[in-house]
Design a protein around this ligand. Sequence first.
Ligand code: FE2
Ligand code: FE2
Length: 184
Amino acid sequence: MKSCISNKIAELISEQIKKEYESSYLYLQFADYYEKNGLPGFSTWFTIQAREEADHALIFLNFLHETNTEVKFFPIHPSALNIKSIREPLEMSLAHEKFITKNINEIFCKADEENDYRTKLFLSWFITEQFEEEINAQNLLDSYDMFVNSDSSKNDDCKCKTALYNLDQKYGERKYSPSDKLSA
Ligand SMILES: [Fe+2]
Ligand SMILES: [Fe+2]
Protein backbone atom coordinates (compact mmCIF):
# COMPACT_ATOMS: atom_id res chain seq x y z
CA MET A 1 0.00 0.00 0.00
CA LYS A 2 1.21 3.47 -0.85
CA SER A 3 2.09 6.03 1.78
CA CYS A 4 -0.49 8.76 2.24
CA ILE A 5 2.04 11.39 3.22
CA SER A 6 4.51 13.24 0.99
CA ASN A 7 8.20 12.38 0.71
CA LYS A 8 9.07 15.73 2.28
CA ILE A 9 6.91 15.12 5.37
CA ALA A 10 8.23 11.55 5.60
CA GLU A 11 11.79 12.87 5.56
CA LEU A 12 11.07 15.48 8.24
CA ILE A 13 9.45 12.90 10.50
CA SER A 14 12.36 10.49 10.07
CA GLU A 15 14.67 13.36 11.04
CA GLN A 16 12.50 14.02 14.05
CA ILE A 17 12.91 10.38 15.18
CA LYS A 18 16.64 10.97 15.14
CA LYS A 19 16.27 14.26 17.07
CA GLU A 20 14.14 12.59 19.75
CA TYR A 21 16.86 9.97 20.28
CA GLU A 22 19.46 12.74 20.41
CA SER A 23 17.30 14.46 23.07
CA SER A 24 17.16 11.19 24.98
CA TYR A 25 20.94 10.88 24.84
CA LEU A 26 21.38 14.51 25.94
CA TYR A 27 19.16 13.97 28.98
CA LEU A 28 21.00 10.76 29.87
CA GLN A 29 24.20 12.79 29.97
CA PHE A 30 22.53 15.27 32.33
CA ALA A 31 21.34 12.37 34.52
CA ASP A 32 24.87 10.99 34.57
CA TYR A 33 26.32 14.38 35.58
CA TYR A 34 23.87 14.76 38.47
CA GLU A 35 24.41 11.17 39.62
CA LYS A 36 28.13 11.82 39.82
CA ASN A 37 27.62 15.12 41.61
CA GLY A 38 25.52 13.91 44.50
CA LEU A 39 22.07 14.83 43.17
CA PRO A 40 20.23 11.51 42.62
CA GLY A 41 16.83 13.24 42.43
CA PHE A 42 17.89 15.48 39.53
CA SER A 43 19.38 12.35 37.97
CA THR A 44 16.05 10.50 38.29
CA TRP A 45 14.22 13.43 36.73
CA PHE A 46 16.48 13.44 33.65
CA THR A 47 16.56 9.65 33.34
CA ILE A 48 12.76 9.71 33.09
CA GLN A 49 13.00 12.61 30.66
CA ALA A 50 15.37 10.50 28.53
CA ARG A 51 12.85 7.63 28.52
CA GLU A 52 10.08 9.99 27.46
CA GLU A 53 12.16 11.25 24.54
CA ALA A 54 12.74 7.66 23.38
CA ASP A 55 8.94 7.20 23.62
CA HIS A 56 8.47 10.26 21.42
CA ALA A 57 10.74 8.66 18.82
CA LEU A 58 8.54 5.54 18.88
CA ILE A 59 5.38 7.61 18.49
CA PHE A 60 6.83 9.20 15.33
CA LEU A 61 7.96 5.78 14.11
CA ASN A 62 4.47 4.32 14.67
CA PHE A 63 2.97 7.18 12.67
CA LEU A 64 5.19 6.31 9.71
CA HIS A 65 4.17 2.67 10.03
CA GLU A 66 0.47 3.54 10.26
CA THR A 67 0.73 5.65 7.11
CA ASN A 68 2.70 2.97 5.20
CA THR A 69 5.67 5.27 4.96
CA GLU A 70 9.26 4.16 4.67
CA VAL A 71 11.36 5.09 7.72
CA LYS A 72 14.84 6.54 7.24
CA PHE A 73 17.28 5.80 10.03
CA PHE A 74 19.66 8.72 10.13
CA PRO A 75 22.88 8.53 12.15
CA ILE A 76 22.51 9.86 15.67
CA HIS A 77 24.97 12.58 16.65
CA PRO A 78 24.82 13.21 20.37
CA SER A 79 26.71 16.25 21.54
CA ALA A 80 29.73 15.55 23.75
CA LEU A 81 29.21 17.69 26.80
CA ASN A 82 31.50 19.18 29.35
CA ILE A 83 29.05 20.27 32.02
CA LYS A 84 30.52 22.81 34.42
CA SER A 85 27.73 23.60 36.83
CA ILE A 86 24.54 22.27 38.38
CA ARG A 87 22.62 25.06 36.64
CA GLU A 88 24.01 24.49 33.13
CA PRO A 89 21.92 21.41 32.19
CA LEU A 90 18.78 23.22 33.36
CA GLU A 91 19.53 26.10 31.02
CA MET A 92 20.45 23.71 28.21
CA SER A 93 17.27 21.69 28.55
CA LEU A 94 15.10 24.80 28.22
CA ALA A 95 17.02 25.86 25.10
CA HIS A 96 16.81 22.31 23.74
CA GLU A 97 13.05 22.04 24.25
CA LYS A 98 12.60 25.36 22.43
CA PHE A 99 14.66 23.96 19.56
CA ILE A 100 12.49 20.81 19.42
CA THR A 101 9.31 22.92 19.50
CA LYS A 102 10.66 24.89 16.54
CA ASN A 103 11.31 21.66 14.62
CA ILE A 104 7.83 20.31 15.27
CA ASN A 105 6.27 23.64 14.31
CA GLU A 106 8.20 23.52 11.04
CA ILE A 107 6.82 20.06 10.20
CA PHE A 108 3.34 21.33 11.08
CA CYS A 109 3.82 24.35 8.75
CA LYS A 110 4.89 22.05 5.92
CA ALA A 111 1.88 19.77 6.50
CA ASP A 112 -0.33 22.86 6.48
CA GLU A 113 1.12 24.00 3.16
CA GLU A 114 0.36 20.55 1.74
CA ASN A 115 -3.16 20.36 3.21
CA ASP A 116 -2.00 17.20 4.98
CA TYR A 117 -4.68 17.10 7.67
CA ARG A 118 -3.69 13.68 8.98
CA THR A 119 -0.15 14.80 9.81
CA LYS A 120 -1.45 18.05 11.30
CA LEU A 121 -3.83 16.12 13.56
CA PHE A 122 -1.03 13.77 14.61
CA LEU A 123 1.35 16.67 15.32
CA SER A 124 -1.18 18.51 17.45
CA TRP A 125 -0.40 16.05 20.28
CA PHE A 126 3.27 17.04 20.06
CA ILE A 127 2.44 20.75 20.04
CA THR A 128 0.64 20.31 23.38
CA GLU A 129 3.46 18.09 24.64
CA GLN A 130 6.13 20.65 23.73
CA PHE A 131 4.19 23.39 25.48
CA GLU A 132 4.35 21.27 28.66
CA GLU A 133 8.01 20.40 28.12
CA GLU A 134 8.95 24.07 27.89
CA ILE A 135 6.94 24.90 31.03
CA ASN A 136 8.64 22.06 32.93
CA ALA A 137 12.11 23.10 31.78
CA GLN A 138 11.41 26.73 32.68
CA ASN A 139 10.11 25.68 36.12
CA LEU A 140 13.26 23.65 36.85
CA LEU A 141 15.43 26.65 36.02
CA ASP A 142 13.23 29.14 37.90
CA SER A 143 13.11 26.96 41.02
CA TYR A 144 16.86 26.59 40.96
CA ASP A 145 17.38 30.35 40.62
CA MET A 146 14.76 31.25 43.18
CA PHE A 147 15.63 28.80 45.94
CA VAL A 148 19.23 27.79 45.38
CA ASN A 149 21.05 30.36 43.37
CA SER A 150 19.68 33.80 44.10
CA ASP A 151 22.35 35.42 41.96
CA SER A 152 22.10 33.50 38.69
CA SER A 153 25.11 35.32 37.21
CA LYS A 154 27.27 33.38 39.66
CA ASN A 155 26.45 29.96 38.41
CA ASP A 156 27.14 27.59 41.24
CA ASP A 157 27.46 29.89 44.15
CA CYS A 158 25.02 27.80 46.14
CA LYS A 159 24.11 29.83 49.16
CA CYS A 160 21.47 27.41 50.18
CA LYS A 161 22.39 23.75 50.27
CA THR A 162 19.19 22.87 52.12
CA ALA A 163 17.12 24.25 49.25
CA LEU A 164 19.16 22.21 46.78
CA TYR A 165 18.66 19.10 48.90
CA ASN A 166 14.90 19.72 49.04
CA LEU A 167 14.65 20.22 45.29
CA ASP A 168 16.63 17.02 44.77
CA GLN A 169 14.21 15.12 47.01
CA LYS A 170 11.24 16.54 45.10
CA TYR A 171 12.61 15.67 41.65
CA GLY A 172 13.49 12.19 42.88
CA GLU A 173 9.78 11.52 43.37
CA ARG A 174 9.08 11.72 39.66
CA LYS A 175 7.69 8.44 38.27
CA TYR A 176 7.89 7.23 34.70
CA SER A 177 4.72 6.26 32.93
CA PRO A 178 4.54 5.53 29.23
CA SER A 179 2.84 8.13 27.08
CA ASP A 180 -0.90 7.66 26.44
CA LYS A 181 0.01 7.72 22.75
CA LEU A 182 1.98 4.49 23.20
CA SER A 183 -0.33 2.62 25.52
CA ALA A 184 -3.45 3.44 23.47
FE1 FE2 B 1 10.45 14.88 22.69
FE1 FE2 C 1 11.33 16.94 25.26
